[in-house]
Design a protein around this ligand. Structure first.
Ligand SMILES: C[S@@+](CC[C@H](N)C(=O)[O-])C[C@H]1O[C@@H](n2cnc3c(N)ncnc32)[C@H](O)[C@@H]1O
Length: 246
């Protein structure tokens, strides 16, 4: 079950997601008239950038978080945009097939990539481009170790799903994609020690863990994880892929 996000705090942070979004968008080939799906659009940064490149096209932006969508809808009021709440583990049922799909920093929050990719493939026209990135194998290993040391026996189940290149290629093929390129990219992000690093951890990374803890424990948990990580660097490893619907 997807969880809620603190969208206002999210938007106030120095997010490496901005570079990740730019990298994804650079790979999408558009004439300006396409219909593009932003899967896990969050607060709409890349949705807005897509609309700029689609003067005669349109964007469908979906996300499972009401709070993220509320901010997206406050920021973007455009007749070329259709945005609504949707859990990507469920079929999309769009009124027409999309010409392309992008996704940034979302898929590692979803356990079943077979189902996820099949749902996206069903929403795309043949030949459509699918460009996405998310946390990949080895992502935030130092954060994971700090969380494990902090929680000890209380750690309960996986929060993230960091896929590797081989599994991702097979799952994309099985869902009906071709011309597949997949790679892992180490991409550490440096933050300011103290408040900024702790806010980043709490808002962007540890939300799934915080859900499982009593609210009275949140602040102490985040501080302890930050202290165990030491240098305020998040050891991101991105899984990037580009494919075409067969
Ligand atoms: C780190 S944010 C990324 C948002 C945006 N793409 C960006 O780069 O800023 C991850 C997003 O994935 C969304 N998400 C997680 N699981 C989802 C699911 N099953 N279906 C749809 N969205 C989901 C969350 O609600 C959140 O907005």
């Amino acid at each position: 079950m997807p969880r809620e996000w603190n969208a206002r705090s999210y938007d106030s942070l120095p997010l490496p997601h901005q570079h990740w979004g730019t990298r994804v968008l650079e790979q999408v080939t558009l004439t300006g008239a396409e219909h593009v799906l932003d899967a896990g659009a969050g607060t709409g940064r890349d949705t807005a950038a897509l609309l700029e490149r689609l003067p005669r096209g349109r964007v469908t932006a979906v996300d499972a978080s009401d709070r993220m969508l509320e901010v997206l809808q406050e920021k973007i009021n455009d007749p070329r945009l259709d945005s609504y709440k949707h859990d990507l583990t469920q079929p999309l049922h769009l009124p027409s097939l999309v010409d392309a799909c992008i996704s940034i920093a979302t898929f590692h929050w979803i356990a079943d990539h077979e189902v996820l990719f099949a749902n996206i493939a069903d929403a795309m026209r043949p030949g459509g481009q699918f460009v996405a990135e998310c946390g990949g194998s080895g992502n935030v290993a130092r954060v994971d170790a700090a969380v494990a040391a902090t929680l000890g026996d209380r750690q309960d189940g996986a929060v993230w799903h960091f896929a590797d290149e081989g599994d991702t290629r097979s799952r994309l093929e099985a869902a009906g994609f071709t011309d597949i390129q997949v790679r892992l990219r180490p991409d550490p992000a440096k933050l300011e020690e103290g408040e900024q690093f702790e806010a980043f951890l709490a808002t962007v990374i540890l939300g799934g863990h915080l859900l499982k803890l009593d609210e009275s424990e949140h602040e102490g948990f985040v501080k302890e994880v930050a202290a165990r990580i030491g240098e305020p660097v998040v050891d991101y490893v991105r899984l990037e892929f580009n494919a075409r619907k067969a």
